[in-house]
Design a protein around this ligand. Sequence first.
Ligand SMILES: Nc1ncnc2c1ncn2[C@@H]1O[C@H](COP(=O)(O)OP(=O)(O)OP(=O)(O)O)[C@@H](O)[C@H]1O
Length: 511
Amino acid sequence: MTAAREPSRVPVAEATGLSKRYGATVALHEARITVLPGETHALVGRNGAGKSTLVSLLTGLQKPDAGALAFHGEPAPAFGDTAAWRSRVACVHQRSTVLPDLTVTENVFLGRQSPSPLRPIRWRELHRRAGELLAAYGVDVDPTRRAGDLTVEQRQFVEIARALSLGSAFVILDEPTAKLDARGIERLFGKVRELRRQGVAFLFISHHLREVYELCDRVTVYRDARHVVTAPVSELGRSALVEAMTGEPESAAARNRTASVRTPGRALLSVDGLTLPGAYRDLSFTVRAGEVVGLAGSASSGAVRAGETVAGLHRAGSGRIEVAGRAVRGGDVPAALEAGIGLVPEDRHLQGLVTGRSVAENATLTVRGRLGPFGTVLPSRSREFTERMIEDLDIAAPGPGTPVAALSGGNQQKVVVARALATDPRVLVAIRPANGVDVRSKEFLLGRIGRAADEGGAALIVSDELDDLRVCDRVVVMFHGRVVAGFAGGWSDGQLVAAMEGMAGPREEER
Ligand SMILES: Nc1ncnc2c1ncn2[C@@H]1O[C@H](COP(=O)(O)OP(=O)(O)OP(=O)(O)O)[C@@H](O)[C@H]1O
């Protein structure tokens, strides 16, 4: 029997009438959610719908302005009683809460290394206990390792094990698959299913509706800070779900760009025999004016590093990068920019944004020279420019002066894309450009990248997301640092996935 058919059970978490404002912004308005024991409950909604705000209220990080919150039928702990909150609910955030310079053991037992402040910490004993605890949850990680050296997947498993060891039977997974490749997602889902069988409840937040259908029992939709619907996933089809999220019927699905009739122009980006030891070898491909080419591959394929090399973030050991027939100096970001290469980086937090600064400042970082004489920035021009961008990319922000930190994750990502497009790059390298962007905005944003190509540019989309690749004219697939396949159009998702998994597909004649 599914969780949905046993409403009599006491919810592990129940929120009613939750409201939260940030200044003039209403982030949540009388919202509710009920998570039952042992269920995997999805929370979906467009960028800015209020999902992360709910998470911060459910985990005691912020206080609601109004509303009631209960765990296992008991009112939530007092605000600020961190230990009490942690024993009721845990969250694997989009950004890691693991401290990278500490060992796995230290992270697992953070704040509880010793039974009393006067007793010395017995490390060997602690490592053993951490090892046992991780093993009990099926996590195969050496507890003496530095946490910063773990993969995203291992780090998430350590965070889940840590949460469960604190007694919490309720775990929030906030976009946990955003940085995992297909195999990593499979293993994460395997773990979630196993823990669900043991009675652990999950709140699962994702923009990938396929994952919602694959993993979850019930789904709750928020729209514009409000609760819209809660239903078993089996009773809410994809169109109904998208309609609940957007408030309007789903538009025609994004078509393969390959169906479009455009003749690519001259080669704008040529990569020849590029090798970065330890990452990829002998990489060659071209992207012509008017083309969107996908560089696809799982986390270990080297595709991301290859894209970053083109944008000047790494210096290749050998090989050549040319833009419109002219060699670009390697390992030099200003030289890449000068050559007309724009980048949407993989991690908007590390490489993308100055979050304390405004949307306008972030969006215009790359185009200062054009907004006033002698490198100055005329505020009126910057405002105008940013307003156009906000409009153009459908960025939900009160205005150009809003600090980026006050935007939801998906809207921050749109600022990163806006900034890359602002330079009118001849070659746009976009790494997982739609990361964290909702279903409707994703179509729009990928369409905008396509338009940059239609206007005569060249775009390279580096991704293992099928939605991102679907808009490409051609796809070059990498596996373990090598190009293993090329698809010139008309491919199926299955073929592409197989190639990314190392079961090579066809090789294109001309790449
Ligand atoms: N610290 C803050 N200061 C001001 N406004 C904020 C702050 N945090 C969130 N907001 C605003 O609250 C609203 C809800 O944001 P929230 O982050 O909860 O959305 P979300 O559903 O998680 O979106 P996404 O899918 O993009 O992550 C947005 O309009 C956002 O701009």
